[in-house]
Design a protein around this ligand. Structure first.
Ligand SMILES: *Cc1c(COP(=O)(O)O)cnc(C)c1O
Length: 297
């Protein structure tokens, strides 16, 4: 499976920033038409491992709008794996056709299995996995959100040699923290990596520290907008304005929150003059198809 860096160019944002600050955006959303952004990076070495160990089936977990579910379904379709998606929420079982993420995943051959929120919480426990094995046979398990050691390995490839020379700061949205961990691991000590959590919670710091001993990074916890998949009118307006001004589509769950936070920090003079900042567009635009945001984006 090839990832062509030419599909993920850096583009300079032609917007006015104070203090001669420049901001470039790495278009990971363009890496692959269906396996978007960081999810492609996270799957790459997992798919190699699954193939090497002769697994035919990938099994993973996610919510109804999950970019990870969408990516695994598309990757299975493209690279010849059966896929099983364990989806949070039993009530969704007869709503597949109303949900663009689930509908497309099913069309790409993913078997969707809906479980209660209570069962979903036990998804990492050995006896729950054993039950899934009894039900579905052997599978290669990919955790919710796709983060494991091989995913972090794949995300080490996001920054190019040139990026490590050029940029003082690299900014990235944080969900489970796997993507930023790979970026931190591959960064130089002269660079500072800033993570913008898309959700509330103090656990993320420790979660990222599982994957890296480096200290040239920091989480900026002020821009989650009320929690995971929560939005504010100001955030939705920002996402719309960003597209109008740059021509680049973003979504309000991850990249939108990160850029909203970054621009606020720039205007509050958080960064020294002449800073060169790289932001990662982690993709996930399939989520914009859902009716949750149709009205606004
Ligand atoms: C999943 C996702 C993230 C979060 O990545 P983590 O590795 O879980 O931190 C960021 N942006 C988008 C668009 C995503 O789909």
């Amino acid at each position: 499976m090839l990832i062509d860096a030419a599909n993920s160019p850096n583009q300079r944002l032609m917007l006015e920033f104070p203090n001669n600050i420049s901001v470039f955006i790495k278009r990971e959303d363009l890496l692959h038409p269906q396996i978007s952004g960081n999810k492609f990076r996270k799957l790459k070495y997992n798919l190699h491992a699954a193939r090497q160990m002769d697994y035919n089936t990938l099994l993973t977990f996610g919510g109804a709008y999950s970019n990870h579910i969408a990516a695994v379904a598309a990757a299975g379709d493209e690279f010849g794996f059966n896929t099983i998606g364990i989806i949070r929420g039993e009530e969704l079982v007869d709503k597949i056709n109303d949900n663009p993420t689930l509908k497309l995943a099913q069309q790409q051959g993913m078997q969707l299995v809906f479980i209660s929120r209570a069962d979903y919480r036990s998804k990492s426990q050995a006896d729950f996995i054993q039950k899934l094995n009894n039900q579905f046979g052997e599978f290669y398990l990919i955790p919710e959100g796709g983060t494991n050691a091989l995913a972090v390995e794949g995300c080490r490839e996001i920054l190019t040699a040139q990026d490590k020379q050029q940029f003082d700061y690299v900014c990235c949205a944080v969900g489970t923290g796997g993507t930023i961990a790979g970026i931190i691991e591959s960064s130089t000590d002269q660079q500072t990596i800033l993570g913008f959590p898309a959700l509330k919670g103090d656990f993320l710091q420790a979660q990222i520290q599982q994957w890296t001993n480096k200290t040239n990074w920091q989480l900026i916890p002020d821009y989650h907008g009320g929690g995971y998949a929560r939005t504010t009118p100001a955030l939705l307006q920002f996402v719309q304005d960003f597209k109008a001004q740059t021509g680049i589509e973003i979504e309000p769950i991850y990249t939108g929150k990160m850029l909203f936070g970054l621009f606020d920090l720039i205007h509050k003079h958080y960064f020294p003059a002449n800073s060169q900042i790289l932001v990662i567009h982690t993709g996930g635009l399939q989520g914009n198809l859902s009716s949750r945001f149709n009205s606004v984006i």
